[in-house]
Design a protein around this ligand. Structure first.
Ligand SMILES: [Zn+2]
Length: 126
């Protein structure tokens, strides 16, 4: 039985209700169907791209980024809030795939990560 509510979301003012609702759904779906073993804090920002905080534990994408957790800090995901609902959905799942691959000690090739995100989105929206 997976422990729930390990993925917490925060939304900047101005992020549309549709995107909030969809991303909250996808985060819950991911928790229920995948193995989430760490706290993950997701910030959905007000912009159309993500300003990331370059560090050696961060994976950067144009519209999202993922920093893996440490003993002291949760994993962190940022998602640009001004995207289409479809793009925002894929961005969140893309960053969650980076988390999953980090958790499993796998590589992070962007093509493979994106392909996996598309597959998860199709499954989640069935
Ligand atoms: Zn990526």
């Amino acid at each position: 039985m997976p422990r729930l509510c390990r993925i917490r979301l925060r939304f900047a003012p101005g992020v549309s209700a549709l995107i909030r609702t969809r991303l909250m759904y996808l985060a819950r779906w991911f928790e229920v169907t995948q193995n989430v073993e760490h706290e993950i804090s997701v910030s959905v920002g007000p912009d159309s791209y993500v300003i990331s905080d370059p560090s050696d534990r961060e994976y950067r994408d144009r519209q999202g980024c993922f920093s893996y957790p440490t003993k002291r800090e949760p994993g962190r995901i940022k998602v640009a809030g001004r995207q289409s609902i479809q793009e925002a959905s894929l961005t969140l799942l893309h960053e969650l795939v980076h988390y999953d691959r980090w958790r499993l000690g796998k590589t992070h090739g962007e093509v493979r990560v994106e392909r996996e995100a598309v597959k998860l989105l199709i499954q989640a929206m069935r």
